[in-house]
Ligand binder design. Structure first.
Ligand SMILES: Cc1cc2nc3c(=O)[nH]c(=O)nc-3n(C[C@H](O)[C@H](O)[C@H](O)COP(=O)(O)OP(=O)(O)OC[C@H]3O[C@@H](n4cnc5c(N)ncnc54)[C@H](O)[C@@H]3O)c2cc1C
Length: 243
């Protein structure tokens, strides 16, 4: 088990047109021999000073914990990711206060010409939900919208570069850049309990697509492979809410 867990560290998954998410560390580390679901089970068994009792009993205990919202053992395992995503995704992400976050600085690192998100599909405004989108524009409108967005990016970037060349500081030159769609890189660390809160909110259909795809990538490529029993229990008791 620890070998496959180890292979997750350093794994990078592409998301959106230029984004990605990479697992940079897991705690406990797979080399410890007590990583993944076992770390959660062992933390719970400290209540009566015990440890693993074999897969069947361990899995049953883990399901009991999640079903009964005994959540602190799930805080005993942590994930650290490096994320590259548009700023709109960052603004949604930082609302989750239990993540530790360290982000790229636009005051320090200049932005590059292709650092901008270009959506594949332009979604229409939803009729019943002021925050949401539904459906999509026609193929012709899609092409036109994408062309004008790229033109807008090119002009913004030209003004940004011009400002830098005339000696304007990086912290001010960036005012010329489109604020919601510029790609940004940040590092986050979070425990499994709070990651499940994030996943249940951000994988939901009412979350904006540009964060939903990151939540789905975390779940499918990192969370479920690292914590298979927890993922199974999470689907049963949190996502489907069945007993
Ligand atoms: C579909 C959707 C639409 C949204 N729209 C908006 C919007 O329009 N405007 C907006 O501002 N936000 C919006 N949000 C963000 C939302 O309000 C939450 O801030 C975000 O989802 C994080 O949830 P959380 O507070 O449960 O998570 P976290 O901040 O990760 O906190 C996890 C849990 O820890 C506890 N906690 C953390 N910090 C504290 C604290 N300081 N005091 C007490 N308890 C704490 C709470 O129990 C909380 O549930 C939206 C979120 C979603 C999913």
């Amino acid at each position: 088990m620890s070998e496959s867990l180890k292979s997750l560290i350093g794994k990078r998954v592409d998301v959106l047109d230029k984004g990605w998410i990479e697992l940079i560390d897991l705690m406990p580390h797979p080399d410890s021999g007590v990583a993944g679901d076992l770390a959660i089970v062992n933390a719970a068994r400290v209540s009566f000073m015990g440890e693993s009792k074999g897969d069947e009993k361990d899995k049953r205990l883990l399901f009991y914990l999640l079903r009964n919202r005994h959540t602190s053992p799930f805080e005993m395992t942590e994930f650290k990711f490096r994320v590259r995503a548009p700023l709109i995704t960052f603004w949604h992400w930082v609302r989750h206060r239990t993540f530790n976050i360290n982000a790229q600085s636009g005051r320090y690192t200049p932005f590059e010409e292709n650092d901008f998100y270009v959506p594949d599909i332009w979604r229409k405004q939803a009729k019943d939900n002021k925050q949401a989108s539904e459906g999509q524009v026609s193929a012709k409108e899609n092409i036109e919208l994408t062309e004008s967005l790229i033109k807008h990016y090119e002009e913004s970037y030209r003004l940004y570069e011009k400002a830098l060349q005339t000696g304007i500081s990086r912290e001010m030159a960036r005012f010329f850049l489109p604020g919601f769609s510029v790609y940004y890189t940040w590092i986050v660390k979070v425990d499994a309990h709070n990651l499940m809160k994030f996943l249940s909110l951000r994988m939901a259909s009412d979350a904006q697509y540009e964060i939903r795809v990151y939540a789905q990538a975390i779940y499918e490529h990192f969370f479920a492979p690292a914590l298979p029993w927890t993922a199974e229990a999470f689907e049963q008791y949190v996502l489907k809410q069945t007993d």
